[in-house]
Design a protein around this ligand. Structure first.
Ligand SMILES: [Zn+2]
Ligand SMILES: [Zn+2]
Length: 146
């Protein structure tokens, strides 16, 4: 039996893969729902407004946003910044462009690695082929000499 202390309230609970106890998880879920509903009804609400109206701390609201569980609807004053370029974004940690760029960079890195491997293999193959040809032509020459 794996028993841990809840990271949120400190109470002991039966560990089930989550760092917080089921009770806290329920409360978080309710906070999340409250914020989501408030934002849905008040699309232009500011962070302090949402926090005051829902009783959920601004830090937590921002966390919900960064976890991409919440997306700002319409023209909201809640502004998240892209962690890479600082552009205003509605959800998550990176703007779409940066997400794309980081994604392609990662992919091109993988491609690069693959390319290098293929290149190396091709070079080895070419070397072997070259050696084989040389051997072959030598043979041919010897044949010619005969
Ligand atoms: Zn707890
Ligand atoms: Zn960005």
């Amino acid at each position: 039996m794996d028993v841990r202390n809840c990271r949120r309230c400190g109470k002991i609970y039966l560990y089930d893969g989550s760092p917080i106890c089921p009770q806290c998880r329920k409360e978080e879920e309710e906070d999340f729902k409250k914020v989501k509903e408030y934002l849905y009804d008040h699309p232009g609400a500011t962070l302090p407004e949402v926090s005051n109206a829902t009783g959920v701390s601004p830090e937590k609201i921002l966390r919900f946003l960064k976890e991409e569980r919440l997306e700002i609807v319409g023209e909201s004053n809640i502004i998240l910044e892209c962690e890479r370029c600082g552009k205003a974004i509605k959800t998550g940690r990176l703007c779409d462009e940066c997400k794309k760029e980081v994604g392609t960079r990662f992919l091109s890195y993988l491609d690069d690695k693959k390319l290098q491997e293929t290149k190396k293999k091709n070079e080895e193959f070419a070397k072997r082929k070259e050696a084989g040809y040389r051997y072959l032509s030598k043979d041919l020459k010897e044949d010619e000499n005969k």
